[in-house]
Design a protein around this ligand. Structure first.
Ligand code: ADP
Ligand code: ZN
Length: 726
């Protein structure tokens, strides 16, 4: 008699599925979710396609196998998602199970939201009344049905109290109808009149959606050119065709403005997907995405792993944004993986940006991506020109950061009722605190980083590990009292200067770490858009797609931040960031102006920003990358070896480097101390692998790993294929 077995991939750090017996009468196919025995409680896994000879590759002894406990009554993961998991695991070298976990770790449990049970009052009051029971009965005294768990939560009692009253007949259970599904987006709700370049681009995209084939489009348009309106037309087409669309956005703070625009265009909100959405709601969205009821999802990078039933289009907005890169756990770039998913789903994908990443730009130049250009702002508004302010010649007095010329410009702007935005990519009050008596610098105890003062919280904070400590009254090194002084500006300190220079102006700090979280951030962005703020002082948070119609002036307070740290990507990042920030101005009726304060006005980045010659900048950057065989002309991977002791990390990194297989064209750079040499108390050494463009780097790394010296003790090796810094 031959027992039937099945391979089940578990969401753990394992690369291969486990084999289980299939109980009599159960049929299972790849993608089905099953409950299998594992440890005390069992675990939910996903039926994987059969690997030869069983999950582990070794012949399995059927007699020792355990049986699948249950098949979950749940829509199976679609084939393109299963392929994506396999593809990503192969590419990133992350364990397959950890990639699967990103596709499962969504709702409270896969079945959540399937059936809701409600309770209501019935029959006589029970004989025994406790305080908890009384609260619950009180709540339900109005006779209405409430969801079982909601009732327990609202009354502040444990679910067992509800169950007890049901058992005694004081409450009855009712199966609730599913929550009404949101109305589907209406593609004809408010169709805009497109400009000619918009219409051309929209037509190309809609055509691609209709053709149901893979293709990558770069929607390349200056800030304010109406890229969103254009890709909305493609979304409308997907809806008309009865298919689903996924819109990836880099930043959660951006979504409110985005949701409003979507609602204006389609009559309803899209389904939102990010870590701020409640688990319960996510469970529900997950089901409705799987069943096809949800037509459009707007979300963060994790939305990439949703089980779309019929994905017809992917949009990656602000495709150049670094937020798309995940570095912890499975290291992946969501933009690149979105392209992979689109290919697996045979759907077109749109990458939208005013400042494309070098990788995307090169792909467009090579003709692998179709470029759709929107060269002018919608409605004829002008993109602000940027003027340099040379800090070496016309800088502000010591201890201040706004140059006299910028100050005069702000004064002029405020006089005519315009808004000004000062951009400084430094959170907190001061990036460094030191003792003026002994020179001691306040450092994080577990990272190679200075502690950043946050004055409104009265604390010193590490921006890398989150360590916090109150600002001490005396220097911890020499004991001098009141000797700690802030050095350099953060946005909080810049706001102080704004208040001193423009006492009548209403100023506001916009930074991702202010108290109040997302809700407050949304309210503040809204206040800026409504003109209730005169001077905004912001970090990179303000660079993202916000629309501030009254914004007339942008001042980049220190354009040199981030440059000159030896990261080849720094120039690109600075260009993108400053360009995006400047693009916030002059979107309404007012004409915008922009100033960049810099010590290096002759730097190619500053020159490109001032002349507005984006292509010249890309030409130089691309040539430099090609010369050095850096991505996308060569391939890179980084291996970070970490351990709690420096010499242990270094020793392992050296042995690892020595064990690298010799292959023509592949170079191992390092090991050297990683850019953040100590992080969360772990010492880090980094190796970089550089290989030719067409080289199968993942395969090379896998072969290497198979023969590399084993890690011992608390040594860890983190692999990042296509790292962002190199
Ligand atoms: P981008 O994403 O390219 O920066 P947006 O899509 O945000 O540009 O558009 C800039 C502004 O122009 C927005 O306020 C948008 O509503 C408006 N706009 C763009 N296209 C149209 C159109 N066809 N009709 C009406 N308004 C438009
Ligand atoms: Zn730290």
């Amino acid at each position: 008699m031959s027992a039937r077995t099945v391979d089940v991939l578990l969401p753990l750090g394992l690369d291969t599925p486990y084999s289980y017996l299939v109980p009599e009468g159960m049929t299972l196919s790849p993608g089905d979710l099953v409950h299998v025995p594992l440890g005390a409680r069992g675990m939910i896994g996903c039926v994987w396609s059969r690997t030869p000879g069983g999950g582990s590759g070794k012949p399995v002894d059927v007699a020792k196998l355990k049986a699948v406990k249950a098949k979950l009554d749940y829509v199976p993961l679609p084939p393109d998602l299963l392929k994506l998991v396999d593809w990503m695991a192969d590419y990133t070298l992350a364990p397959r199970g950890m990639v699967l976990r990103m596709a499962l770790r969504h709702g409270e449990s896969p079945g959540a939201g399937r059936e809701r049970v409600g309770v209501r009052l019935c029959g006589p009051a029970p004989a025994r009344i406790t305080a908890a029971r009384a609260r619950l009965l009180d709540l339900l005294a109005d006779g209405f049905v409430r969801g079982k768990s909601e009732a327990a939560r609202e009354a502040g009692v444990s679910p067992s109290v509800v169950d007890g009253l049901v058992d005694e007949g004081a409450l009855e259970t009712v199966v609730l109808p599913p929550e009404p599904a949101a109305y589907p987006p209406d593609p004809t709700f408010a169709t805009p009149t497109l400009s000619e370049p918009q219409a051309k681009a929209a037509q190309a995209l809609s055509g691609a959606v209709d053709a149901k084939g893979f293709g990558v489009f770069l929607l390349d348009g200056v800030t304010g050119s109406g890229k969103t309106e254009v890709y909305f037309e493609a979304v409308a087409q997907a809806i008309r065709d009865g298919r689903q669309a996924l819109i990836l956005l880099p930043e959660i703070a951006l979504t409110q403005a985005f949701l409003d625009r979507f609602t204006t265009r389609f009559g309803v909100k899209p389904a939102e997907w990010h870590s701020g959405v409640s688990t319960r709601r996510r469970g529900r969205i997950l089901n409705e995405v799987a069943s096809g009821q949800v037509r459009v999802v707007a979300g963060a990078r994790s939305a990439l792993f949703l089980p779309f039933r019929d994905l017809g289009l992917i949009i990656v907005d602000e495709e150049h944004d670094p937020a798309y890169k995940q570095e912890d756990g499975v290291a992946y770039h969501a933009r690149d993986m979105a392209v992979v998913r689109a290919r697996l789903a045979s759907a077109p994908i749109v990458l939208a940006s005013a400042t494309p990443s070098i990788e995307t730009e090169v792909n467009a130049r090579r003709g692998r991506y179709h470029r759709l250009a929107l060269p002018v702002r919608f409605g004829g508004a002008k993109v602000p020109g940027l003027l340099p302010i040379d800090l070496r010649k016309e800088g502000p007095p010591k201890g201040r950061w706004i140059a006299p010329r910028l100050e005069a410009e702000i004064t002029d702007t405020l006089e005519v009722g315009g808004q000004a935005l000062l951009f400084l990519n430094r959170r907190g009050y001061a990036p460094l605190t030191l003792c003026h008596s002994c020179g001691h610098r306040m450092r994080c105890p577990s990272c190679t980083a200075w502690l950043v003062e946050h004055r409104f919280r009265r604390r010193l904070t590490c921006h890398h590990c989150g360590y916090q400590t109150p600002v001490p009254e005396a220097c911890p090194a020499c004991g001098a009292k009141d000797s700690l002084i802030p050095v350099g500006p953060g946005v909080e300190r810049l706001q102080e200067e704004v208040q001193a220079l423009f006492p009548a102006a209403r100023s506001l700090v916009l930074s991702s770490d202010l108290a109040g979280g997302v809700e407050r951030m949304r309210a503040e962005l809204d206040a800026v858009a409504k003109g209730e703020v005169d001077v905004v002082v912001g970090t990179q948070l303000v660079a993202k797609g916000h629309n501030f119609p009254g914004l007339a002036l942008v001042g980049v307070v220190d354009a040199d931040v981030g440059l000159g740290q030896g990261d080849p990507r720094a120039a690109e990042r600075t260009f993108q960031l400053v360009h995006q920030v400047a693009g916030r101005a002059g979107r309404g009726k007012t004409e915008g102006r922009g100033f960049i304060q810099t010590h290096m006005p002759e730097h190619p980045v500053m020159r490109a920003l001032v002349t507005g010659d984006r292509d010249a900048f890309y030409d130089t950057e691309i040539a430099a990358r090609e010369e050095a065989q850096l991505p996308p002309f060569g391939r890179m991977a980084s291996l970070v070896v970490s351990a709690s002791e420096g010499h242990v990390a270094e020793g392992h990194a050296r042995r690892l480097a020595a064990s690298a297989p010799m292959v023509a064209g592949v170079r191992i750079l390092g090991p050297a101390e990683a850019p953040l040499a100590v992080l969360r108390g772990r010492h880090r050494w980094r190796l970089l692998v550089r290989a030719p463009r067409a080289f199968d780097l993942s395969r090379y790394l896998r072969d290497w790993r198979a023969t590399a010296p084993k890690v011992t003790g608390n040594v860890r090796v983190a692999i990042d294929v296509d790292p962002q810094s190199f």
